[in-house]
Write a protein that binds this ligand. Structure first.
Ligand code: GDP
Length: 592
């Protein structure tokens, strides 16, 4: 099928985008799929929706009818292919192998729960694989006092709500926006989003009463071609992923595949991956299920000579019973090199069976994460960050950089905080004490790690949101700075000049006790004092240190900490060697 766009200016032929649904358990993935599949628009029976192999195909006409889109508004793609099984193995394989079965994902979030663990994991995964996504903020009908407006566009449905409901809706959206920010994504309600290429769209929905579902579908078919025109351009080269192997009574062994791009023809020579090696065979039948109403009359499957992307297809072929789910199906066109195709299949098999062999993106998620962690830039001096997922780890590091304090990171890790992590952080105690800290997000701190931290003086900060975590750390830094300032303030010397009053040296040795006049500045307890003695026959003065002031009294005997201009009595902690000096000084002063 060809997109409407091809007849209105561009001569590109676009295929249907392939969409996966992800999210935390109970967020409403299955219900949302049901809602998408069963058009509830009155008078439109099946709405042209076709049930495909492992997927549901929604033609653009169906989406138009459900959204009352004006006739002149063009949609560039012919429809939308939604993968049927949320969290299908093919998607986990995509996760493992890094091959993108889906062009786009819908991340379902329960508005009453916000982002949950699996949601955050899914988002981290999409981020790493660079798969664009929209957020379906589901269960809006659960907001207290919500008035149901079946299948209404969300803006219209919101207008019918009371002020209380609208207020609750706003703060819950704000909460999710903050949580997405913590995962490293800017987001906005899709109808307020001015930067659709950079800012994640949020579509409020109810999978039960259908509010916002038209918005979600329309957004997908209009926004996706805007951001990935190239990827959706129909190509001759076949891109096809195996979903699963099935036995069908009528046909024997079949493989269900998603045809992502290109076309499959009956009789095509194909190579599939099995544990035993590549298997070269040919397509005996290309099947799709009949639309529901024709099921009984004609049997289960319709046979085709040719099928074009994007769609779910059942293939009947010999020798495919061991095909590996998640691997590619390769078509060898007449005149093309079979050996090359088999070598490519071999490479895929190798990667599927021995994850560590995969060079580009490790099949083993942990390995990938280790590699990706090692890519995070660290400095010699900085804090240690520990988080439950790579996504949040990156979000924290990113957030630290944007602070006015500009906190550098010396190391990071995923999973619980162990003793080794604390050991690494202790290195900072000598280098830069304030950075001897671990910022731990959504991870356990093991008891022995905690003990070592207390013993060594490494601070561990734990919080359930990135903001709280970073805030408590910055508060700590500010507190340390203040303490240091106070400490240094005590050591700070305020300049002053004093004059020893004639005949008022009461004790000239250890300690010196005398009356002075403060000529300039402030004299304080602790101020180091010295005398300047002119050298005989030479103009220059010699400075002799007399030690620090240990106490100060006013002329009426009141003990004070500091004194400004005026006459006070000081006691000085003079070292032994200086006592004769004060005598001389006394003499001089007396003479003066
Ligand atoms: P999944 O685990 O993500 O596939 O979640 P389900 O689709 O199975 O939904 C979990 C529960 O939430 C079920 O009881 C659904 O009926 C309910 N549910 C899903 N979506 C909505 C919604 O939009 N509104 C309400 N009120 N309930 C919903």
């Amino acid at each position: 099928p060809q997109g409407e766009g091809s007849s209105s200016g561009t001569d590109r032929e676009l295929r249907a985008p392939i969409c996966c649904i992800l999210g935390h358990v109970d967020a409403g993935k299955t219900k949302l799929l049901d809602c998408i599949r069963h058009s509830n628009v009155q008078g439109v029976e099946a709405g042209g929706i076709t049930q495909q192999i492992g997927a549901t195909y929604l033609p653009v006409e169906n989406i138009r009818e459900r959204t009352s889109l004006k006739a002149e508004a063009t949609i560039k793609v012919p429809g939308l292919l939604v993968i049927d099984t949320p969290g299908h193995q093919s998607f986990s394989n995509m996760r493992l192998r890094g091959s993108s079965l889906c062009d786009v994902a819908v991340v379902v979030v329960d508005i009453t729960q916000g982002l949950e663990k699996q949601t955050i994991e899914s988002i981290g995964l999409l981020k790493r694989r660079d798969v664009k996504f929209v957020v379906a903020l589901n269960k809006v009908d659960r907001l207290y006092g919500w008035k149901t407006c079946p299948n209404a566009p969300i803006v219209k449905a919101l207008k019918s709500q009371s002020d209380d409901v609208q207020r609750e809706f706003k703060w819950r959206v704000a909460e999710v926006v903050t949580q997405l920010k913590e995962c490293g994504f800017n987001s906005a309600l899709y109808y307020e989003n001015k930067k659709i290429k950079e800012v994640v769209n949020i579509v409020p929905t109810s999978a039960v009463s259908g509010e916002g579902i038209p918005d979600l579908l329309l957004l997908l078919v209009r926004w996706v071609p805007e951001i990935m025109m190239e990827k959706l351009t129909y190509a001759d080269t076949v891109e096809c992923t195996v979903l699963e192997v099935n036995e069908v009574k009528e046909f024997g062994t079949t493989i269900d595949v998603v045809l992502i791009n290109g076309a499959l023809k009956k009789g095509d020579q194909i190579v599939v991956c099995t544990k035993q090696g590549p298997v070269t065979t040919s397509i005996r039948h290309l099947l799709t299920p009949y639309p529901l109403k024709e099921l009984r009359a004609k049997g289960s499957y319709e046979r085709h000579e040719e099928l074009k992307a994007a769609q779910g297809v059942k293939i009947v072929a010999r020798g495919v019973q061991h095909a590996l789910a998640g691997t590619s199906l390769i078509v060898v066109k007449p005149g093309h090199d079979l050996e090359q195709a088999e070598a490519a299949a071999m490479q895929e098999i190798d990667n599927a069976i021995n994850p560590s062999n995969e060079n580009e993106r490790g099949k083993n998620e942990d390995e990938t994460e280790v590699k990706e962690i090692s890519r995070i830039q660290t400095c010699k001096e900085g804090v240690y960050v520990q988080a439950s997922s790579l996504g949040t780890l990156e979000a924290i590091i990113e957030h630290l950089k944007t602070l006015s304090l500009d906190v550098p990171v010396s190391g990071c890790n995923l999973g619980p905080v162990h003793k080794q992590d604390v050991m690494k952080a202790t290195a900072m105690l000598k280098r830069k004490e304030e950075y001897a800290a671990i910022l731990a997000f959504d991870v356990k701190v093991m008891p022995e790690a905690f003990e070592l931290a207390v013993e060594s003086g490494v601070k561990i900060f734990v919080a359930d949101t990135v903001y709280k975590l970073v805030d408590s750390f910055t508060d700590h830094i500010k507190k340390l700075k203040k303490e240091k300032k106070q400490q240094h303030a005590a050591e700070a010397v305020f300049p002053c000049s004093l004059k020893i009053l004639p005949n008022r040296v009461y004790h000239s040795k250890d300690p010196i006790v005398c009356d002075v006049e403060v000529l300039e500045g402030i004299v304080k307890v602790g101020t180091p004092i010295c005398v300047c003695v002119p050298r005989k026959n030479r103009g220059a003065e010699v400075v002799h240190s007399l030690g620090r002031i240990s106490s100060i009294k006013t002329s009426n005997g009141l003990e004070i900490d500091s004194a400004k201009k005026g006459v006070v009595s000081i006691k000085d902690e003079m070292s032994d060697g200086n006592w004769h000096l004060i005598r001389r000084l006394k003499k001089q002063l007396e003479i003066a």
